[in-house]
Write a protein of this length. Structure first.
Length: 362
């Protein structure tokens, strides 16, 4: 696993409060997740990625994943599904949006399958938006996409990959999921809706009776209102599963991305945001290792190694006057293949400075 993806996965996997919510004020979306009243672990993940205006083919992606119940390591699988999906979207930035999405789903599926061999997996549903305004939905599993808004009828845009919805059978077993292997057939479709709100939701929210769910969405006048009401009503209905949502304003996305001034690659989840700042590596041996010439290095993710800055500043040891010049220590074995002097600076979002709402405990 590339260090960049590994850092995304570590960040997405960190433990959050039982109920967490994060609103981005620069780009109109809210991510929230609640463990519920029954589950001991929250296996849902909600995250968003923006590659930045200066990147090749700027792309915004908002995604929700839900670990497969009854299989191994549901939380780890959903984290791996999103981290590999995001990393591959950046890797394949020279492709069109649909081809880019397909390669990212394939990479996500392969990584989970290589580890769990079909005994672990995750749903994955995402909406992708490029700088030209093209929008697509990527869907696998039973996570759903709804659109709604003032004066608009609630509309569902996905069909569950379950026995009951896919083939008219009975039961909630999924026929498709990330990690199932070579037979995967992801659904990638154009998203033509131009206004209103869009919500990506997990099955903890789908426990709300359909008419009630529609009434909640129809009568929510803001992103935060819809997010809070969905989580609260899911708890009132028993909280039998993790309930997670990613909700955004469709019409305001493109103008907001055009005005966005952030640098680097920015990521968000229900607990906050993270910004990556790249340092260029010019060493010829490093370029050769990645089969890329130095002049082809425009913000290429494959040409960088990364390291998370710890949450607390490290202690600085002052060298004595008699001491020899410090010698760089070797890295751990698993990262020896990457040049030591290359680092990825990470800035953890602060709600007061970035304009995002932090995690709230139940």
């Amino acid at each position: 696993m590339h260090p960049f993806q590994e850092n995304i996965q570590t960040w997405i996997s960190r433990r959050l409060a039982s109920r967490s919510s994060s609103q981005c004020l620069d780009i109109p979306f809210v991510l929230s997740s609640d463990i519920g009243l029954v589950r001991k672990e929250n296996q849902d993940r909600a995250a968003a990625l923006y590659t930045g205006k200066k990147s090749i083919n700027p792309l915004f992606a908002i995604a929700v994943a839900d670990g497969m119940g009854g299989m191994r390591d549901g939380g780890k699988c959903s984290s791996l599904a999103i981290s590999s999906f995001f990393y591959s979207l950046i890797q394949h930035r020279n492709l069109g949006i649909k081809e880019r999405a397909y390669e990212a789903v394939k990479a996500s599926n392969n990584q989970v399958f290589e580890i769990y061999r079909g005994d672990g997996g995750s749903t994955l549903t995402a909406v992708l938006l490029d700088s030209q305004g093209a929008k697509i939905i990527v869907h696998l599993g039973d996570t759903r996409v709804y659109t709604f808004g003032a004066g608009k009828k609630v509309e569902r845009h996905t069909t569950d990959d379950s026995l009951v919805e896919a083939v008219g059978g009975s039961g909630r077993e999924l026929l498709q999921f990330i990690g199932m292997g070579d037979s995967i057939q992801p659904k990638i479709s154009e998203f033509s809706c131009q206004e209103g709100f869009c919500a990506i939701t997990t099955d903890g929210i789908h426990g709300i009776e359909e008419k009630t769910l529609s009434r909640i969405l129809e009568n929510s006048s803001s992103l935060n209102e819809a997010s809070e009401r969905l989580n609260s009503v899911a708890m009132w209905c028993g909280g039998n599963d993790n309930s997670t949502s990613a909700i955004f304003d469709i019409a305001e996305m493109l103008p907001s991305l055009a005005q966005y001034q952030g640098s680097g690659i920015r990521l968000w989840d229900a607990g906050g945001d993270l910004t990556t700042l790249w340092l260029r590596e010019e060493e010829p041996a490093f370029n050769a290792k990645h089969a890329q010439a130095p002049n082809e290095m425009n913000d290429a993710v494959n040409n960088y190694s990364s390291q998370l800055i710890p949450s607390k500043p490290p202690k600085i040891e002052r060298a004595s006057k008699k001491s020899k010049p410090p010698v760089r220590k070797s890295r751990k074995k698993k990262t020896e293949n990457y040049p030591e002097e290359v680092q990825l600076d990470i800035e953890i979002g602060n709600s007061a400075e970035q304009g995002d709402v932090g995690a709230d405990s139940k």
